[in-house]
Write a protein that binds this ligand. Structure first.
Ligand SMILES: [Fe+2]
Length: 448
């Protein structure tokens, strides 16, 4: 499926968005999303995974305001000043080799947003957090939060019960596990050695364990060191290899449990929780890593991910798994209030197929009942973001940053999660097309 994407043409601070429909009176807060802001730069196309990041925000009250800005790190500004690429795979060969050997990687901040202790950070998995001003979206600077030695992944996970956000970072073959409590200092909990330098995009947390699925997607070191132009070949899939399951107990992190199972890959997890002595993990399971091609021109990286429920039995060193929904889907999430504890419903992005356009779906993991929402023709959607409304787990809204390809403008669709057969209750229109975004967060107003 070939689809459109855009460069960020007109970065701007907060300004009013045109409201179509009615904003629900209970929905108050601000959406922040991160994604590749320049998929074409200095006359050359850039792989979206490597493209300089842009942050988009939408402030929702009785009015709506929106902003969009590039993540302006030192290296990005250095390239802007000299008018050419110095750091990614479009840089001259000598630069690429030198950068790879010196680990001189440009931090694009193009993948996700981390809110922590009233500070906001743009994340990419090979760099450190890039702090930005949540009102103006202006870049403040890169930080190690006084504890990060290597990288800081782009998929932090909060465990509501522990009032703590957790994340990991990769240093070659080593994995650092971090905790970021709501109150107090961030710290490194432990470091352990992975079986190989792997593509580990996401992990999972319960209130007792950190869980890693380390697939045989192995870094091809010589390609990375030579800084070869084709980023998609930096990792190769070892079809004869295994996936390592690693479970790290929070109360004794040096006593990790690990074992091997038949190879598969997970880009994104939905949630995990304790079930007696077992751990339940919901995720979108891929047979392999696909081509690592351009994610906006393929259906979830060429492979056909399905929604699976896994049961880890640490005592027996066993992983059981069953497919819950076979239709290709990705970017799963659950009600944020239930992160790290038992959930019933998951929300996933879906892709264009014989039943209709791409959109999103709600999966009932108890009954396997599926509800689907389809985007209109010539509209391109991204990760659905569920915002809870009230007492019921499934009650809330799904926020969908959408590109209207016909008019080359973007809007935030607000969809009532219990009326998925209806049109959005509101569309908040930017006056330009917003580049694609990978991930985001919604920060509720504390007064709402
Ligand atoms: Fe991701």
């Amino acid at each position: 499926m070939t689809v459109a994407n855009y460069n960020l043409k007109y970065p701007h601070a907060m300004k009013p968005l045109r409201i179509e429909g009615t904003i629900p009176s209970q929905l108050r807060g601000t959406l922040y999303r991160a994604g590749p802001g320049l998929i074409e730069r200095f006359g050359k196309s850039v792989h979206p995974f490597l493209a300089d990041g842009a942050i988009t925000s939408v402030e929702i009250s009785s009015q709506a305001k929106g902003a969009c800005r590039m993540v302006e790190t030192d290296k990005y500004l250095q390239e802007e000043a000299c008018g050419r690429t110095l750091y990614d795979t479009n840089a001259p060969l000598l630069n690429r080799v030198k950068n790879a050997l010196m680990r001189n990687i440009k931090n694009t901040g193009n993948t996700h947003i981390l809110p922590w202790q009233n500070r906001f950070f743009a994340l990419m998995e090979a760099g450190k957090p890039v702090e930005f001003d949540p009102q103006t979206l202006e870049t403040i600077g890169t930080t190690n939060l006084d504890m990060i030695q290597g990288a800081f992944s782009a998929h932090p996970h909060r465990v509501e019960r522990l009032k703590t956000t957790f994340n990991f970072g990769i240093r070659g073959q080593y994995i650092d596990l971090f905790s970021l409590p709501d109150i107090g200092h961030a710290k490194r909990i432990t470091t352990f050695k992975a079986p190989w330098a792997s593509l580990i995009h996401d992990f999972m947390m319960t209130d007792k364990h950190a869980i890693f699925f380390i697939s045989p997607s192995k870094l091809v070191v010589w390609r990375a060191v030579l800084g070869l132009k084709d980023f998609s070949k930096y990792f190769s899939w070892d079809a004869q290899g295994s996936t390592f399951i690693i479970v790290v107990p929070l109360n004794s992190p040096d006593k990790l449990c690990q074992f091997e199972v038949d190879a598969f890959h997970v880009w994104h997890f939905a949630n995990a929780y304790e079930d007696g002595e077992d751990i339940i993990v919901d995720a979108c399971r891929h047979d392999d890593i696909g081509t690592l091609g351009n994610p906006i021109e393929t259906t979830a990286n060429d492979t056909e991910p399905a929604f699976w429920r896994f049961r880890i039995k640490p005592k027996n060193k066993q992983l059981l798994g069953e497919e819950v929904w076979s239709i290709p889907c990705e970017f799963p999430m659950v009600n944020p209030q239930l992160l790290g504890s038992k959930h019933r419903y998951a929300w996933v992005q879906t892709y264009k197929d014989k039943t209709g356009n791409g959109g999103f779906a709600r999966i009932d993991t108890e009954t396997q009942e599926i509800q689907r929402w389809y985007a209109p023709d010539h509209h391109q959607i991204s990760e659905p973001l569920f915002v809870s409304k009230g007492q019921k787990e499934e009650e809330g809204w799904v926020l969908q940053l959408t590109q209207d390809l016909t008019h080359e403008k973007s809007y935030l669709a607000i969809i009532d999660s219990q009326k998925m057969d209806e049109q959005p209750v509101a569309k908040l229109w930017f006056d330009q097309a917003i580049p694609m975004t990978f991930h985001g967060v919604f920060i509720k107003d504390s007064s709402a």
